[in-house]
Design a protein. Structure first.
Lengths: 209, 445, 226, 193, 337
């Protein structure tokens, strides 16, 4: 379905890129792949790392799927996509471990869980399997960045209120009372709800005009 | 035999009774209005067929219209007089229907025309039913369902128990109370006819504890030779509803969607019974009925024997009402219908007229959302969930109401609306919802 | 999808096989290359982290050596061993103490810690949290709160007379009420987490301290094999 | 090796560290299938079942990969084996109970690509549970997932009949309710120790 | 004579004469003695917290109604209940800006988002408190002993912490009977508990007065007495069994009944009819579940007190209770022949 919308509204490659950032933002509009969004957005750094990792997998898998799209028979396409995605996830998992043990510890199992993030599978299925390499890369870039943007905007709110810092740098005075709830699971639910509310209000206002 | 029950049906409510002002006042004859207006559709079922012409002179008790099929009863003239007009008349529901304008002869003796008497000893059950139909009798308890139709036991069923409904649980009304005190012989005669017609093996007269005097009086008349007993039950609304009464007296429940005959019972109102006992031995038709006229807005409160067809405006002029009257109900305040037009007239089903003035009507208009206090759930005699039904009705989920929450069982007693602290018009919602569901169903069939 | 299950023509299933095999090969190559490429660095980082932790809990050491407890004796550990502790030595090769990893239920999830045990003085000499999901700002004070960490510079874990277990239970008491050397001063607002630490150390030390104390000579020499 | 007792593992997985409300796993089905109590219950049952099966598979795979010393294949083999198992379950359900299959709609196939399932497999490996501990863990996690789903469905069925502004109706309201539910589940913290 | 226009309404033409507003107003009256006593125990501190929480709830309700262009519903008194109850669950020296925030959250998140009066699936006051407890766990577990000599002359400085800033902790902080029991094994005397000579949140201090308020409401039929009875009975019986098994390890049932927020929760909070089941048996089951959860959390959980969590979980379960426990509709289950 996504594909039809895409074809009708996004004729050129820049549009493929832009749509993921805003109009079809995976977090705020499509509400896809919510688990990592909620779980690792308790700090901006985690959110950024997770977003980039997801974007990496998205770009790589979209490219490979697009390149192989004429080679993969329909019957085994989902299986091949999963295989491809799992490969890139394993790669990024090791890469992150090699960069920093701490970061890997913070992101926990959620790096591995990128495999099952339906955003990636749905892009492979709905877009990359039907479009050229460049378009697919643009699409993945847009979606990946849009996802990262969504994650980081959540992470920033949660980190500022929850720890008084942003990207680990304290920006509020020492006497600031942290809202511990923001780092707790409940805070994740609430922050996402608040962002979606803001988005809905904005949409409503725009439609009213 | 007089028994006093401690138990009755589950749930229900206790609205203020307000019966003391009229329950001691004997039934008094009402005068004839200068013009009597008779709608032909006075009962549930098919309206009767008019058999007189404009300008014709008629005698009191003469048939003006005859029954049109099984679910229909004739209409008798309440007075000797002249037919002025056959034209549309207003009714309680606001719709116009065909009716007869009758001008009684002034100061005529008002002798009553008699027909073929039905002899209790020799008549067959079928003949009794026919006699009841010919007498124009419908349920005087309020439903105005043709009594002979109700008494006809369907193929394959049988009747064990005849229940005489002397409950009168509506606040304010004392009609049945007075009938029981003043017409015991008619009642027992009626019972005999009814038992023969239905084949019932026993009769229970059910009376609420606030009419202990009537219960004791009727019990004192029992000879012990007939299988008739009087049972007193605790006061609770809506005990008069036949399902509740059966549960209170017999401890049985009428199956959902079923009729009393499913538990081998037939329920007849006590005034209906008295009317049968009075009319059948003489082959007469019904021309008048007992009506309680009461309420804070009425000057001469009382129980009156009023000719059918008397215009409401005339009735109120005769008894005198306050300047500031603001609501008039036909029937009691719990189930009765508010009158919008005083030009309607008394019909066979009218059991009371209650008049409220400004003060009583001053109720809080503020409707709050349902706070799920559960008062309605604990009030509903049928154990429905009015809270849920009300919310569903608000969101127009009528099918869900009917399928999952037994909407169609609701008999619109209004207990839920009475107790609701949020003033949600629950029963009003349910009436509407039921009619919509019925319409949808009939469309689908 | 339709339900008709027609048998795919051979050419088609060959294509499928070819595709899967091709993808499998590509993926395999990618994974193995990444794994081989990153493994040394990952192992290095892990070892560094462990070493750092051990050096933290055993002040003054410069070398360490893992030992495994096998067949009632401590022997230098091999890679596959499970019950491993780490002996620490100063620059002159003197045995300074043992670092022990332990874990237990905290407020949020399992807490994994490492602590240093000095069999000579029968005290805990250092403490470090390896893994915890305790609430930031509350329970995570067990990692940062200096007065709490102070508890573990000389925590008494004396053995009882027959050297079978601890003389006194290690207990966490309310903040500011510590009176005995075997008590841990709790953190107010994080009573549960700080108690959990006390309990973890108590349980682990009751098990390990008698073994280590009995066999302390086993650690005396640093086998220089690297 | 892990010393936790079965009851401890179960309570931890079901209540204290509820997969949905504390670990954020399986949020998508949680948001997607919690509209009706009936479907929620079936989905919960299906997920629990798949969890039990994949937990056993994962235990086996892990042992095998340990033996051949190929930890880098963990993720790929977990996902492939779990996916095929679910495929089998799906075919089985479709055959045995077409009504159930209909009710679960598109969600049964999506269970495969549900992080709660994969997360379970990864966590049990990380925690070093033995076979029976793993199965207990899977059962606890499935129970917790079902519980969260059912509670949410009950709330949402009620909220369907609330006068809520349009901008809030739907996902926003569900997330807020989930947040409060997650706060309420914090009451269980410390239980399984 | 009949110039009057007649009102046409549909039956029933009689109503019982209660209204939501009357019920809510009476609940406020019933809470006032307990509130007044907490002021007596904790001085102006408690008064300020109660006033702030109430004001903030009422204000939030008013503003939200205005923003959504609805008639203000402040006059139904329910926001006042929410505010008072929230205040009663907080420590008497809780910073006022946090108290205010709690009120805003209670009404906006706990009530308004779900559709306002009658639609909230959770108890709004407890939503407010749960969020506060999640956000500021230290401040909300910092207790002071009651009956301080200067309680009517000075005000604790932590009340006036600048908005969004940490409160300064001064004065002596005391342990609540429950945390004293859980962490130090100290049992407080039951009479002290019942009459309020303990530290704790404002509403924890006077079990007797709360109980009296509850009896008043139950007698006037403004409250479902089955809920508190079922909760208290469950707690009493369950903890009685454990106490009987091992009195040295488990607290006595009387201690359980009169300590912590149990009384307040059972009488005033679990009884919020909006978020509780509707049938008699449903309500009893609901009470039993809450009671069990309280005992489980208090005895085996990590936290000393579990009333709030237990009631919120009870709220979440109550739609299911209403679905499973319904009255048998008259005449059903008998076959219509
Ligand atoms: C179409 C129709 C058929 C009825 N058939 C019977 C019947 O066969 N037997 C009977 O006892 N009552 C019958 N009734 C009457 C009702 O069951 C009931 O007695 C009547 O509505 C008055 O009862 P209530 O005033 O308690 O509601 C029938 C009613 C209607 C509308
Ligand atoms: C809510 C409700 C209340 C009723 N109250 C009475 C009553 O007080 N007295 C009465 O005779 N019938 C009452 N009825 C009507 C009875 O159900 C039943 O129709 C009647 O007793 C049958 O007798 P009838 O056909 O002779 O009127 C009530 C019906 C309903 C639905
Ligand atoms: C959101 C939240 C998080 C909490 N996190 C922790 C924690 O990580 N560690 C801990 O010991 N207690 C934690 N608690 C528990 C409370 O702070 C608890 O009341 C406290 O440990 C009691 O100790 P006190 O008597 O020292 O105040 C938490 C409570 C809440 C509400
Ligand atoms: C007996 C009773 C108890 C109540 N308890 C609460 C409560 O604990 N919290 C609350 O916010 N409102 C309470 N209310 C008020 C009211 O029900 C509440 O504002 C609604 O939940 C708002 O929809 C109570 C009302 C009554 C009658
Ligand atoms: S595939 Fe995953 S992310 Fe997508 S809807 Fe399902 S559970 Fe959610
Ligand atoms: S592939 Fe995913 S996003 Fe696309 S229609 Fe299916 S579920 Fe929706
Ligand atoms: S009107 Fe209907 S729902 Fe209401 S109490 Fe009467 S029978 Fe029950
Ligand atoms: S009586 Fe009114 S407010 Fe109470 S539950 Fe019923 S409908 Fe709701
Ligand atoms: S279920 Fe976790 S991302 Fe969807």
């Amino acid at each position: 379905m996504n594909n039809e919308i895409t074809k009708a509204t996004a004729p050129n490659t820049t549009d493929e890129f832009i749509k993921g950032l805003w109009k079809e933002n995976p977090v705020f509009v499509q509400v896809l792949g919510m688990c990592p969004v909620l779980a690792v957005s308790n700090t901006a750094v985690n959110a950024l790392a997770m977003g980039l990792a997801t974007a990496f997998v998205l770009i790589m898998s979209n490219s490979l799927v697009s390149m192989l799209r004429n080679f993969i028979p329909k019957e085994v396409r989902i299986a091949s996509y999963i295989l491809i995605i799992a490969t890139f996830v394993t790669m990024i998992d090791y890469a992150i471990q090699a960069i920093s043990v701490d970061l890997h510890k913070n992101l926990g199992a959620f790096i591995s869980l990128i495999v099952v993030n339906c955003l990636i599978l749905s892009r492979a299925e709905a877009f990359a399997s039907k479009n050229t390499l460049t378009k697919s890369i643009m699409d993945a870039l847009g979606m990946g960045l849009g996802f990262t943007l969504g994650l980081v905007s959540l992470g920033m709110v949660r980190e500022i209120l929850g720890s008084g810092s942003i990207f680990g740098i304290a920006i509020l005075p020492d006497t600031f009372q942290e809202w511990v709830i923001m780092i707790l699971p409940a805070g994740g639910f609430f922050t996402l709800a608040a962002w979606l509310l803001v988005f809905n209000l904005y949409k409503q206002k725009r439609n009213a005009l | 035999m007089l028994t006093i029950n401690r138990h009755t049906f589950k749930h229900g409510i206790h609205p203020p009774e307000n019966k003391d002002e009229t329950n001691g006042l004997p039934i008094r004859q009402f005068s004839f209005a200068p013009l009597i207006i008779l709608p032909v559709a006075q009962h549930i079922g098919k309206p009767s067929k008019i058999i007189i012409r404009e300008g014709q002179e008629v005698v009191r008790g003469q048939k003006l219209a005859e029954s049109d099929g099984f679910l229909s009863v004739p209409l008798h003239s309440p007075a000797s007089g002249i037919i002025r007009k056959i034209a549309n008349v207003p009714t309680l529901s606001g719709k116009m229907t065909t009716g007869i304008y009758l001008e009684p002869f002034p100061s005529s003796t008002q002798e009553i025309l008699e027909g073929d008497p039905i002899d209790l000893e020799t008549a067959t059950p079928e003949e009794i039913l026919l006699g009841i139909q010919e007498a124009g009798i419908v349920g005087l308890g309020g439903a105005a369902f043709p009594t002979h139709a109700k008494l006809k036991i369907p193929e394959g069923k049988h009747c064990e128990t005849l229940i005489i409904n002397g409950i009168e649980c509506e606040p304010y009304l004392t009609t049945d109370h007075r009938v029981m005190l003043e017409q015991p012989d008619d009642i027992f005669m009626g019972i005999r006819y009814l038992m023969k017609a239905t084949g019932a093996k026993q009769t229970i007269i059910g009376i609420e504890a606030n009419k202990q005097d009537a219960a004791e009086f009727l019990a004192s008349k029992l000879t012990g030779k007939e299988p008739i007993s009087v049972q007193v039950v605790p006061v609770k609304y809506p005990q008069g509803a036949e399902k509740m009464l059966i549960t209170a007296l017999m401890g049985k429940e009428v199956p959902s969607g079923g009729l009393p005959i499913d538990v081998h019972a037939v329920v007849v109102n006590v005034a209906t019974t008295a009317e049968i006992g009075r009319l059948l031995p003489h082959g007469r038709g019904i021309q008048e009925r007992v009506i309680t006229i009461t309420g804070p807005g009425v000057k001469k409160k009382g129980n009156y024997l009023i000719p059918i067809g008397t215009p409401l405006r005339y009735v109120l002029e005769q008894v005198g009402v306050d300047e500031s009257i603001s609501e008039v109900y036909m029937g009691g305040p719990m189930m009765g219908v508010a009158v919008g037009n005083l030009d309607i007239s008394i019909v066979k089903g009218t059991s009371g007229i209650v008049v409220f003035n400004q003060k009583q009507v001053h109720r809080s208009a503020q409707v709050y959302p349902c706070i799920k206090c559960g008062a309605c759930v604990d009030a509903c005699p049928l154990s429905l969930n009015p809270s849920k039904l009300g919310i569903l009705a608000k969101f127009e989920s009528y099918d869900k109401m009917a399928e999952e929450y037994n909407l169609m069982d609701c008999f619109e007693c209004g207990s839920c609306s009475f107790v609701c602290p949020s003033h949600i018009p629950l029963v009003q919602y349910f009436r509407l919802s039921k009619s919509i569901v019925r319409k949808r169903k009939s469309k689908n069939v | 999808m339709t339900d008709s299950k027609t048998i795919a023509p051979p050419s088609n299933s060959f294509k499928m096989l070819r595709a899967m095999a091709g993808i499998g090969i590509i993926c395999g190559i990618l994974i193995v290359f990444t794994y081989e490429g990153t493994l040394p660095r990952i192992e290095f980082l892990r070892a560094e982290a462990l070493k750092e932790a051990i050096f933290k809990v055993l002040p003054g050491i410069t070398e360490m050596q893992p030992y495994a407890y096998k067949n009632n004796a401590f022997v230098p550990a091999e890679e596959t061993d499970t019950d491993v502790v780490y002996a620490g030595y100063d620059s002159e090769g003197n045995f300074k103490g043992i670092a022990i990893v332990a874990s237990g239920q905290g407020y949020a999830d399992q807490i994994k810690i490492i602590y240093g045990y000095d069999p000579e003085n029968q005290t805990v000499v250092g403490f470090y949290v390896l893994e915890s999901k305790e609430t930031p700002g509350l329970g995570d004070k067990i990692e940062k709160d200096p007065t709490f960490l102070e508890n573990f510079t000389a925590l008494d874990v004396d053995l009882n007379d027959d050297q079978s277990t601890l003389q006194n239970r290690v207990v966490t008491v309310k903040k500011g009420t510590k009176t005995n050397a075997w008590e841990v001063d709790g953190i107010s607002g994080a009573t549960i987490s700080s108690r959990a630490i006390g309990e973890i150390i108590n349980a682990s030390a009751s098990e390990w301290a008698p073994l280590i104390y009995k066999n302390k000579t086993a650690f005396n020499s640093l086998e220089n094999e690297q | 090796m892990n010393q936790e007792s079965f009851s401890q593992i179960f309570i931890n997985a079901a209540l204290v560290n509820n997969f949905v409300l504390a670990y954020f796993l399986g949020i998508c089905p949680f948001l997607g299938v919690s509209g009706k109590i009936n479907t929620a219950g079936k989905m919960g049952g299906a997920v629990t079942f798949v969890m039990l099966i994949s937990s056993m598979c994962a235990y086996g795979i892990h042992a095998f990969l340990e033996a051949i010393d190929a930890p880098f294949l963990q993720l790929i083999s977990y996902i492939v084996v779990i996916a095929s198992t679910v495929q089998l379950v799906e075919m089985f359900v479709k055959k045995m109970s077409p009504a159930l299959f209909q009710a679960l709609g598109i969600f049964l196939p999506l269970i495969t690509t549900n992080c709660a399932i994969l997360g379970l497999a990864l966590f049990q490996t990380n925690k070093g549970y033995d076979f029976f501990q793993s199965v207990t863990y899977a059962f606890g996690a499935g129970t917790g997932f079902t519980l969260a789903l059912l509670l949410m469905a009950g709330l949402r069925e009620q909220l369907d009949f609330a006068e809520v502004p349009k901008v809030i109706r739907g996902t926003v309201l569900t997330l807020v309710a989930a947040g409060i539910l997650s706060l309420a589940f914090m009451g269980f913290s410390g239980l399984g120790s | 004579m009949f110039k009057q226009t007649l009102h046409i309404s549909t039956s029933p033409h009689l109503v019982k004469g209660t209204s939501v507003e009357i019920i809510m107003r009476n609940v406020v009256w019933a809470m006032l003695p307990a509130a007044a006593f907490s002021v007596y125990v904790f001085g102006w501190n408690a008064a300020l917290v109660l006033i702030t929480s109430t004001l903030s709830c009422v204000l939030t309700e008013h503003v939200l109604c205005r923003l959504s262009k609805k008639r203000s519903t402040v006059s139904d008194w329910s926001a006042i209940i929410t505010g008072l109850l929230l205040g009663l669950t907080l420590p008497p020296t809780f910073p006022l800006w946090m108290t205010f925030l709690g009120g805003v959250i209670a009404i906006s998140v706990g009530k308004f988002l779900f559709g306002g009066l009658g639609y909230n699936v959770f108890n709004p006051a407890l939503v407010g408190r749960a969020v506060l407890q999640g956000a500021f766990p230290v401040a909300i577990t910092t207790w002071y002993d009651g009956f301080a000599a200067d309680r009517f002359t000075t005000i604790n400085s932590s009340l006036f912490a600048a908005p969004f800033m940490k409160p300064m902790v001064d004065g002596v902080s005391g342990a609540t009977p429950l945390s004293a029991f859980k962490f130090d094994g100290v049992v407080t005397d039951t009479a002290d508990l019942a009459f309020g000579f303990v530290s704790g949140s404002a509403g924890e201090t006077s079990a007797i007065l709360i109980l009296l308020g509850g009896v008043y409401l139950a007698l006037r039929n403004f409250m479902n007495w089955r809920i508190p009875v079922s909760i208290l009975a469950t707690v009493f019986i369950l903890s009685g069994i454990f106490y009987w098994i091992d009195p040295s390890k488990y607290p006595s049932p009387l201690f359980m009944l009169f300590s912590g927020g149990l009384m307040l929760g059972a009488v005033f909070m679990a009884t919020d009819m909006v978020a509780s089941p509707i049938t008699k048996w449903g309500v009893i089951l609901y009470g039993a579940i809450i009671g069990t959860l309280i005992v489980v959390i208090r005895i085996w959980g990590g936290l000393p007190e579990g009333v709030m969590y237990a009631i919120l979980l009870g709220n979440a379960i109550s739609p299911h209770i209403d679905r499973l426990i319904r009255y048998r509709v008259y005449g059903t289950s008998l076959k219509s022949s």
